[in-house]
Write a protein that binds this ligand. Structure first.
Ligand code: NAP
Length: 207
């Protein structure tokens, strides 16, 4: 069975690492940034063979699932209408040391992904891939059922979307651990014990 297609918005450290892993796993991957596909031609040719450089709109229109791998402070550039009905993987973090303070994300009562869900009505948000360092997506990737395989947590309010994202995580070389509703994404935001920590599925569940 052919793999679903994946669009990635943000072509930096995280976006390219996800592109490489998903492409190696057989996904059709489209990668976009704010400057247009021409700016990505060299990186795709040299580092990401098989990945398609495109515009943000085309990456969304042509893909089953979309990864948000752009700086959180750029979220207002996202095309709200195009993302309606799409599975949207929110891999962004509110991380003031690198991006500065964003007033609307300073309210700790709502997680950053819940805010993004409100901003993107109709998008099927799954929070995941945000708590693993980009270089470890490749370094720690292991085939299914390998002893000590690292796990990645996910959270969201759409069960079908989460099931599809779990398959992607597995295909990228990690066990997926569903921690429940989107608000539970609080458990693996920055400054939590799950953030940037190498843990198995069992260890995540018992943390
Ligand atoms: N680095 C990690 O290990 C890691 C791990 C987990 C989660 N994250 C999260 O992932 C996000 C990105 O982090 P990063 O380290 O990959 O950042 P990065 O290396 O600075 O890359 C950001 C990318 O986003 C693109 N971009 C900027 N504004 C955009 C826009 N309006 N529309 C589309 N693309 C845009 C940039 O390219 P142009 O400027 O050319 O558009 C660049 O390709 C952050 O929220 C971060 O917290 C990072």
């Amino acid at each position: 069975m052919s793999k679903p297609s994946l669009g990635i918005i943000g072509s930096g450290r995280l976006g390219t690492a996800i592109a490489r892993q998903a492409s190696a796993a057989g996904y059709v991957v489209r990668l976009a940034n704010s400057r247009g596909p021409e700016s990505l031609s060299l990186i795709v040719k040299v580092l990401l063979p098989g990945v398609i450089a495109t515009t943000v709109d085309e990456a969304i229109l042509q893909s089953d699932s979309i990864v948000l791998a752009l700086p959180l402070n750029q979220y207002k550039s996202l095309p709200v209408q195009l993302l309606k009905g799409k599975i949207v993987i929110d891999a962004m973090n509110y991380w003031p040391p690198t991006e500065g303070e964003i007033p609307e994300f300073m309210n700790q009562e709502v997680t950053s992904s819940e805010y993004i869900e409100q901003y993107l009505p109709g998008a099927r948000i799954v929070k995941t891939l945000n708590h693993v360092a980009y270089n470890e997506l490749e370094q720690h990737s292991l085939p299914e059922a390998s002893p000590g395989r690292r796990a990645i947590a996910l959270a969201g309010n759409d069960a079908d979307a989460k099931a599809k994202v779990e398959l992607l995580i597995n295909d990228m070389g990690f066990d997926a651990v569903d921690l429940g509703v989107l608000s539970n994404g609080r458990r693996f935001q920055p400054d939590t014990s799950l953030f940037n920590t190498r843990l198995t599925a069992q260890e995540i569940r018992s943390t």
